[in-house]
Design a protein around this ligand. Structure first.
Ligand SMILES: NC(=O)c1ccc[n+]([C@@H]2O[C@H](COP(=O)([O-])OP(=O)(O)OC[C@H]3O[C@@H](n4cnc5c(N)ncnc54)[C@H](OP(=O)(O)O)[C@@H]3O)[C@@H](O)[C@H]2O)c1
Length: 271
């Protein structure tokens, strides 16, 4: 059973969400069906992934009740840049076959236009079209800037976070400011992890896989975690992390793996 994390008085988000980046039309239903069977109810898409429409079709096909699932989408950089946040968001709702999303994020801190885009998200929230609103790839600097223009701080900041990129200062800042952190690429694309001796040792010790150790470490830090897989056995495996607990000593040893490894984009240079 995947637990929820409370975001505010009215919203609780399932702690594990299915990542949908690079999930093609051919792969979509395999991944989605395995996820639903394994208890996932949280799906993380984006305009730029090109699969919002497959998600819209898939949740309808399964006969899931809208209120029983969590849908996140993200406004793509190009739409923020040309000031098309609102019309593009309306199209996302159509593709997702819903009249609201649970969470919409600005995908990246786009220079000059991010304030305007945020104000649009605030309007979308007031109109009931987004239950919660947030940002992605924002550094402390970008979040501090928001204090000057945002009615309230974002509910969520979705950033790259895993044992090899732990971002402790950002986590502390978000905690202090009531911003939930979502860990994207939580497996660092599964390459470095498969070869890391400590992860292999702990996998043996706990009778789990290296991937489950990586995900469990994030869960115990109270983060929302977004693993992607199009392999049904892995989709299932990635949710089976609530039946064991890493002890404090092992959590500390895993903290020692931090080496600032970015596998995605680096927002620290975004003006
Ligand atoms: N906001 C942003 O800018 C941003 C950026 C990147 C990602 N994200 C979100 O975060 C999600 C996850 O990140 P990601 O897709 O970059 O990477 P990831 O989840 O860290 O890694 C995915 C890779 O790991 C493999 N994998 C998954 N589970 C595994 C397991 N149990 N054992 C071994 N290998 C496993 C997958 O292979 P198979 O699929 O072949 O099984 C795939 O190659 C994305 O899908 C997206 O929703 C957001």
């Amino acid at each position: 059973m995947i637990p929820n994390i409370k975001l505010d008085e009215t919203s609780s988000i399932p702690q594990i969400g299915l990542g949908l980046w690079k999930v093609s039309q051919q792969e979509f239903n395999v991944s989605f069906d395995a996820a639903v069977a394994s208890g996932y109810r949280h799906f993380d898409t984006a305009q730029v992934y090109g699969n919002e429409n497959y998600l819209g079709e898939a949740w309808k096909r399964h006969g899931l009740k809208r209120e029983d699932i969590w849908i996140t989408t993200k406004i793509r950089v190009e739409n923020i840049t040309i000031g098309h946040t609102k019309p593009s968001f309306e199209k996302s709702l159509d593709r997702l076959q819903t009249d609201y999303v649970d969470l919409v994020l600005l995908h990246f801190p786009v220079a000059l236009m991010r304030k305007k885009a945020w104000k649009t998200l605030e309007e979308m929230k007031a109109a009931g079209k987004a239950k919660t609103i947030g940002v992605s790839n924002y550094t402390i600097r970008h979040l501090e800037e928001m204090k000057k223009y945002a009615a309230a701080m974002p509910a969520v900041n979705q950033v790259e976070l895993h044992v090899f990129l732990q971002q402790p200062e950002l986590l502390a800042y978000c905690k202090e400011n009531g911003i939930a952190v979502e860990a994207y690429s939580p497996l660092a694309h599964a390459r470095a992890g498969a070869e890391e001796p400590l992860l292999q040792e702990l996998a043996q010790k706990y009778g789990k896989s290296f991937a489950q150790i990586m995900l469990r470490w994030l869960v115990q830090k109270d983060l929302v975690v977004l693993p992607k897989s199009v392999t049904p056995s892995r989709v299932k495996e990635n949710a089976e992390i609530f039946d064991f607990e890493l002890n404090e000593a092992d959590m500390t040893r895993l903290a020692g793996l931090d080496r600032d490894l970015r596998t995605c984009w680096d927002p620290s240079r975004a003006p």
